[in-house]
Design a protein around this ligand. Structure first.
Ligand code: ADP
Length: 494
């Protein structure tokens, strides 16, 4: 298969069939589809979408699960793309694609690689009359499409061999002979060197494209962006710097990652707000309805309401602290403070929290220290956040140690736990705002991803530093150092 022509829209298109086919492509590429989303995607009313999906279910092309989401059915013969956040990625990439269309004047695509193929997840068309049109839902051989080549170039030789030279490749029809395979390897090497891939009329007559791979936080290539242009305009566009513009889109990785983290953050926070509110409501309801007879139960439910409201207040405070600190609105009041006494006081207060029940939290004795110029509330907040994490991520172990260390010109506070630990690659990222290890549904411990960035901000505002030493499965030690030479603290960094 050399050229895979992409059909032009027939002049007398049957609208409803086209809509049903679009729905099929959506099911295949994004998996779980809700009725409302399906209707919005293909631009029909909910009732039309419902009727079309009912036909797909009837013919076995779709199935509906208990949560009323539609999934690819057995007749479709293809699983979903297997990338659960394909839809989210598409939303996040949309502004990047828009910007590319504006800057280059050409059509932009977002695609995912599934095996030896790429699936076009979304297209934003150029406003030119002569332009490359919508490719949403199209599946093409990865080795012909520019984005596909960019994605293949991120794989190692063994993975490419599995795709094109293995017995599985023979079965799937993707197998390449010696010459074609050698040509592909050589082309991918070039792509690696240039950082982008091109395609001149390999997928469609008259169409050329430039593509780059997008990587996620782990450096894994997750998708590709391409700009497609009528081949007649390609030389002119390249001369105008189209390849550089597409390459610059890779810088969007960070914002894509950040907005992905932000949306996880919003759902984490709403979840955390909703849980205590729900229990407060239930306990209050029980008390109000007079259904609780025994005085112990009344007291117990009252206590639960108190605890849950404290949790709520703490969460709201944390978000407010973060927003004040991050926006530079936080004003620090520095005064000479005995750090040892401050640590002891915060630990004593922290021990009163109900979630700390059964934990041993010890402050190692330290010789008296000279007072240090600091903001006691802010440093207290940093200590609280480290203690909270030590407890939250302790798992089975219930032993937390706090040390105070004095060095020549700085004093450090170290919070040590013997819990789950943090993988090396994660250790730098945990200080970023919103970042949580194992983000999303798999995270089993509640949190916002704000605690450590609050700690870092506060400590930096004192001219200090914070660091972590940790081993997976063994535990973590977080240390912050504050200058103890009375030097004037730094301005809060932006
Ligand atoms: P949160 O705990 O609310 O998620 P933080 O910013 O305090 O946010 O921490 C970021 C991430 O760092 C956490 O989600 C967790 O994965 C990891 N982490 C922080 N402290 C510890 C610790 N003591 N042990 C293991 N992992 C930790």
């Amino acid at each position: 298969m050399q050229n895979t022509p992409i059909g032009r829209r027939p002049p007398y298109a049957v609208e409803s069939v086209d809509t049903a086919l679009r729905l099929l492509q959506l099911l295949r590429d994004t998996g779980g589809l809700r009725l409302t989303d399906a209707a919005a995607e293909v631009g029909v009313s909910r009732s039309t979408a419902h009727r079309l999906l009912a036909m797909l279910v009837y013919r076995g092309f779709a199935v509906q699960d208990g949560a009323k989401q539609y999934w690819p059915g057995p007749s479709l013969g293809a699983g979903p793309a297997g990338i659960p956040w394909a839809r989210q990625l598409r939303e996040l990439a949309a502004p990047v694609l828009e910007a590319l269309v504006q800057r280059t004047g050409e059509t932009a695509n977002l695609m995912l690689r599934v095996g030896a193929n790429v699936r076009f997840i979304t297209t934003i068309e150029s406003a030119e009359v002569l332009r490359v049109t919508d490719r949403r839902g199209v599946v093409l051989p990865a080795r012909s499409a520019s984005g596909g080549k960019a994605l293949l170039a991120t794989l190692d030789r063994a993975a490419i061999e599995r795709l094109y030279r293995s017995s599985a490749a023979e079965v799937s029809g993707d197998v390449l002979d010696d010459a074609a395979f050698a040509a592909l390897i050589a082309e991918l090497e070039q792509v690696r060197r240039a950082g982008f891939a091109t395609n001149v009329e390999e997928t469609e007559g008259g169409v050329g494209a430039v593509g780059v791979a997008l990587r996620d936080a782990e450096g894994q290539a997750v998708a590709a962006i391409s700009i497609a242009t009528p081949v007649a305009r390609l030389p002119e566009r390249l001369a105008q710097g189209m390849a550089d513009t597409v390459l610059a889109a890779r810088a969007a990785n960070r914002s894509i990652r950040l907005s992905r983290m932000k949306s996880d953050f919003v759902s984490n926070v709403s979840h955390e707000l909703r849980t205590p509110i729900a229990s407060i409501r239930v306990f209050a309801e029980l008390l109000r309805a007079g259904r609780v007879q025994s005085p112990e139960k009344v007291r117990e439910y009252g206590e639960r309401i108190e605890q849950e409201s404290t949790r709520l207040a703490r969460l709201v405070d944390k978000v407010l602290d973060f927003s004040r600190i991050e926006s530079g609105r936080k004003i620090y009041h520095f005064e000479p403070i005995d750090l040892g006494a401050l640590v002891q006081e915060r630990v004593d207060r922290f021990r009163q929290r109900p979630e700390v029940d059964g934990f041993r939290i010890e402050v190692e004795p330290t010789p008296p220290l000279a007072p240090i110029s600091l903001d006691a509330d802010a440093i207290g907040l940093a200590i609280d956040n480290l203690l909270e994490n030590a407890v939250k991520y302790s798992d089975e172990s219930r032993d937390v140690i706090v040390q105070i260390r004095k060095e020549a010109d700085q004093t450090g506070v170290r919070v040590i736990d013997h819990g789950r630990g943090i993988e090396r690659v994660e250790q730098e990222r945990i200080f970023e705002r919103f970042h949580r290890v194992n983000q999303g549904a798999v995270h089993d411990v509640k949190g916002t991803g704000l605690g450590l960035s609050i700690v870092e901000h506060v400590v930096r505002a004192h001219g200090g530093t914070v660091s972590v030493e940790s081993r997976l499965g063994k535990g973590s030690a977080f240390t912050f150092w504050l200058p103890s030479d009375g030097a004037s603290p730094l301005e809060e960094p932006e």
